[in-house]
Design a protein around this ligand. Sequence first.
Ligand code: MV4
Length: 450
Amino acid sequence: MFDKVLIANRGEIALRIHRACREMGIHTVAIHSTADNDAMHVRLADESVCIGPPRSAESYLNIPAIVSAAMITGADAIHPGYGFLSENARFAEIVEEHGLTFIGPSPDHIRMMGDKVEAKRKMIEVGVPVVPGTDGALDNIDEARAIAETIGYPVLIKASSGGGGKGMKVVESADQLEGMITAAKREARANFGDDAIYLEKYLAHPRHIELQILADTHGNVIHLGERDCSLQRSHQKVLEEAPSPALNAKERARIGQIGCDAVRKLGYRSAGTIEFLYENGEFYFIEMNTRLQVEHPVTEMISGIDIVREMIRVAAGTTLSMTQDKVALQGHAIECRVNAEDPATFTPSPGTIEEYHPPGGLGVRVDSALYAGYRVPPNYDSLIAKLIVHGNNRNECLMRLRRALEEFVIGGIKTTIPLHQKLVSEPDFINGDYDIRWLESFVANNAGKP
Ligand code: MV4
């Protein structure tokens, strides 16, 4: 097992990784920018290294500085967390070239899933259902026309190097197709330096359901069920829950089996998430995330499994600590993402935390790097806390969540707590009756209302 791990991240996820390391008897190294001199992740770690100025490009994305920090402190391994360098295949490669261990999948698997056309092709190969569309990248307009006619309008143009909703265009009818392909290619080249695009049938009202996978280097693969992440706005997840209110045990077992078989065939290791759109009882693969995800705690709460610990074990060459038959998903969990933003306009609201009182009690977890007196810097993502609540069933979870949201005090800046308070009293949400479009209209109807 590792003696020392460098945590190449900041904020709540840096704390989350530190906690797993500490419980395993592993020393930790924090890295930080000058904007994070007083950050909690720096205070908690055994050692810290300042790696650059506030701008991410010069600090949390600065590969030479981060690898140097690992070498100087004698770290054995690097955990990238989410965002920043977590899905940068070149970073994973450089880490390994320096004799360090990257706590995550192989560079080849990161690269494979980063190329959305390649990812889809591989998933078809290993038996995963995908959204109907082009097989491979689109190379001429006649092919595009023929495929769009076959699958039927509307169709969606996606950039192969996009993902997470970047570079998507809905085409309503045949007369728009050529112009939109030309525009999509131009934008993809400008934004990603790669003009490869592909076409898919446009699903109008799906749910976003993702499967949590864990795999070791000894051929063991397990799944920890799904998360429903349909409540998003501008491709930012707002609230996630597990299990999905839309799935039954049979569908869960089926998609879990499909996902595990696929990942085993791909030879994938570490934690991974397979994203699906789910509509009319059918699953359609869209993307695979080769990292620890923000919303992993909802899965931890219903499975009792420490996903970060499993990632560290796998990276050290150990086996997963349980087999599929030992995985028992119990009860229900919901995560509310608390952002330093105006809850009506979503404009960032950095500044000093004057008061901080997180909720507690049975089944309540808060993952956050906040403390009273801390100044939220304006330079990074606005996620400042995750409130995760567990109950024996969805109704108990909801009652507990309402109570916890009432207790939560973050003073001095605006946060999205009031938005969550409204959301958890909304009949459609209470009934689990929502899809990926639902939150946008909820926000539009509630903007500015007290
Ligand atoms: C889609 C889709 C409808 N049809 N693909 C957005 C993020 C990226 N991961 C894929 N996305 C979508 N792909 C087809 N064929 C709708 C979306 C989408 C979406 C997906 C999940 C959660 C929220 C979303 C919001 C808008 C669009």
